[in-house]
Design a protein around this ligand. Structure first.
Ligand SMILES: *Cc1c(COP(=O)(O)O)cnc(C)c1O
Length: 403
């Protein structure tokens, strides 16, 4: 398979397509707005001042570069390939999401916008965006289903402390899908003064490209760090895939390198529809939330119910670039079940003193399986976030004495 070079400049095309995937399926009122965001991103986003300011923020505010760490104890415990971790859990706020939120908010500032609007499921994107809003002195409005508000109380509290307005969404199932509808509605009312800041490499063009570009700092840092540490490129790259932003962040710097790439999907409780959120593994082509990709759908084409113990992976579709790279076999799909994920969560905590997010634990779980299959190789895992947010849930449902 030959990919056009240089890959990052060629994909997506000017209409926002990665092969057949992507695009911008928008209500007519929003077409102009998204065009102007794209234009602004292409001009402002490539300007010297913007790039310099973002680099400065990465270094002095976010604490980047985050380290690449050789997980010697975990490697010995597994007894296979050398496992390395890109420590996004050490990025400010404890996960990779701030990488694109700071980029989106900086663009909003350059555009003279006053307000950032977004939806959030578990609250992770809401907290990262509220952080960026505080930094730039912008208003922040986060739409969140009432069911999620009750479940994810610490993140709701964080958003309020950071000065964001949390809007409870009380219709339908009162979860993520309704929160997206509500946030879009709020954005439609005032698209001139506000910007809709999407939380992953999903949504209509230009968001999959923009979010990937902002996250690519992860991969470009890691590539240089890994070469410096070992003199070689990693043989394998592993990252968990919800919408796919932390994975694209890592992968984008290695697309033209001879590395095997694995995006890991949540297999949940099993392979039946409704038991997992493994879109690329079991889904089919369809349009959701303004882009064409591979999604889990019911017979009538509506998005299927999904499950994962990691709420950040609980999404019935996947970023269009992942759908494309998988379709041309540049990337592979791996899976990790809830049970394997919990085992990896405890393994990394006990052997390395690093408590990973449940999302990231999926990547660790798959890397542990891969390490046994490829004992003489190296594996670089994107540790997308830290697990503080998950400790109560894990201890209640999977008590430490049992592992
Ligand atoms: C939100 C989240 C994810 C999943 O989102 P992607 O866009 O797929 O990266 C993964 N890890 C952590 C820690 C998250 O907060």
């Amino acid at each position: 398979m030959e990919l056009k070079k240089p890959y990052l400049n060629q994909f997506p095309d000017e209409k926002g397509y990665f092969g057949r995937f992507g695009g911008a399926f928008l209500p007519p009122e929003l077409i102009e707005q998204f065009k102007s965001i794209e234009q602004a991103y292409l001009t402002i986003g490539n300007s010297h001042n913007f790039i310099r300011e973002l680099r400065d923020i990465r270094k002095h505010y976010q604490g980047r570069p985050t380290p690449v760490y050789y997980a010697k104890n975990l490697t010995e415990f597994v007894g296979g390939a050398r496992i390395y971790l890109k420590r996004e859990d050490l990025n400010h706020t404890g996960a990779h999401k701030l990488n694109h939120c700071m980029g989106e908010a900086l663009l909003a500032k350059y555009l003279g916008k006053k307000k950032l609007i977004a939806e959030t499921g578990a609250g992770q994107h809401g907290v990262a965006l509220a952080t960026a809003a505080a930094y730039f002195g912008l208003e922040c409005e986060i739409h969140m289903g009432e069911v999620d508000i009750a479940k994810e109380h610490p993140n709701v509290t964080r958003m309020r402390i950071l000065g964001a307005k949390v809007i409870p969404v009380g219709f339908g199932a009162k979860t993520l899908k309704e929160a997206v509808d509500s946030a879009f509605e709020a954005y439609l009312k005032d698209p001139v003064n506000s910007i809709y800041a999407i939380g992953s490499v999903v949504g209509p063009h230009p968001f999959p490209k923009m979010v990937r570009d902002f996250q690519s700092v992860v991969g470009f840092e890691a590539r240089e760090q890994f070469l410096e540490m070992t003199g070689n490129l990693p043989d394998n790259l592993v990252a968990c895939v919800g919408g796919g932003s932390n994975a694209m962040g890592l992968f984008s710097a290695f697309i033209e390198d001879p590395c095997e790439i694995y995006g890991v999907e949540p297999l949940g409780k099993g392979t039946k529809l409704g038991e997992h959120a493994a879109s690329l593994s079991y889904g089919s082509e369809g349009v959701l939330h303004g882009f064409n990709s591979i999604m889990l759908q019911n017979a009538d084409g509506t998005p299927a119910a999904v499950h994962s113990i990691a709420s950040g992976l609980d999404y019935p579709s996947v970023g269009p670039e992942h759908a494309y790279l998988n379709s041309v076999q540049r990337t592979n799909v791996g899976t990790a079940s809830d049970e394997e994920t919990i085992e990896a969560f405890y393994a990394l905590s006990r052997h390395e003193g690093i408590i990973p997010a449940l999302e990231s634990s999926h990547a660790v779980a798959f890397a542990m399986k891969l390490a046994r299959q490829k004992p003489y190789e190296s594996i670089l895992v994107n540790l997308s976030g830290r697990g503080d947010k998950d400790i109560d849930f894990v201890v209640e449902n999977f008590p430490p004495e049992k592992y």
